[in-house]
Design a protein around this ligand. Structure first.
Ligand code: NI
Length: 224
């Protein structure tokens, strides 16, 4: 009788433990949400005015943090496909080099949807589930405009959309059944060409900017 109770207890405990720690499996959907911060590692070319390069007239771009949301579909036990989405990021542009005194003269918004194929190396005895991913980023720029008085001089600002490679590392740590803490970082190759005109519509300005941001996200994950 005692042995029977004991074995039952052990079986229940084992079931509880294995229930608490489950690796991702084919068909699982993992939704991750949290704060996402885009930190551009800016490499700016010089401004061209009417096709003529303006020596040392460059720009810088500040950071922005928004709500990030990602969705992973597990196509195999160890392989997932993730789409990263977010509320629109808003960045201000400042002057650099010979334009260093120019503070926040333009504002641009963007959405950087990113699709990655992910590999999860750990087996199902682990509550810690790290992953790596590679894929593509497509960044859509919109609502580009001059601000803080610069709009009296310049207008018609447009930034080309960007398609580039993306790589990521991240982890989930299971804290309750189906719930995990999550942290992830992406490196995205985002390059754009900005064009603008004088406020009266004349003139023809151009600048190439490499943004290549590190994107950090921290939050929670839920597995369906
Ligand atoms: Ni780049």
């Amino acid at each position: 009788m005692k042995i029977k109770s004991l074995s039952l207890a052990i079986i229940s405990a084992t079931a509880l433990l294995s229930g608490a720690v489950q690796a991702y499996e084919t068909g699982d959907i993992i939704v991750r949400g949290g704060l996402a911060s885009v930190n551009p590692d800016v490499d700016s070319g010089n401004i061209y005015a009417g096709g003529v390069e303006q020596a040392d007239q460059r720009v810088d771009v500040n950071n922005d943090t928004q709500m990030g949301l990602s969705l992973t579909y597990m196509v195999q036990d160890n392989i997932g496909i993730e789409l990263l989405a977010a509320t629109p990021f808003s960045h201000n542009l400042q002057g650099k080099g010979g334009l260093a005194g120019l503070n926040d003269f333009a504002e641009v918004k963007h959405l950087p949807p990113t699709l990655t194929v992910q590999y999860y190396p750990m087996d199902n005895s682990s509550a810690f589930q790290p992953y790596v991913g590679v894929g593509l980023n497509y960044t859509i720029f919109f609502s580009e405009k001059f601000i803080n008085g610069a709009d009296a001089t310049f207008g018609s600002l447009e930034l080309d959309d960007s398609l580039g490679l993306a790589a990521q590392v991240g982890f989930d740590y299971e804290i309750a059944e189906n719930w995990s803490l999550n942290a992830a970082v992406w490196y995205m190759d985002i390059d754009t060409t900005g064009t603008f005109k004088n406020a009266n519509g004349t003139g023809d300005y151009k600048i190439d900017v490499s943004l290549d941001p590190w994107v950090y996200m921290a939050g929670v994950a839920y597995r369906f």
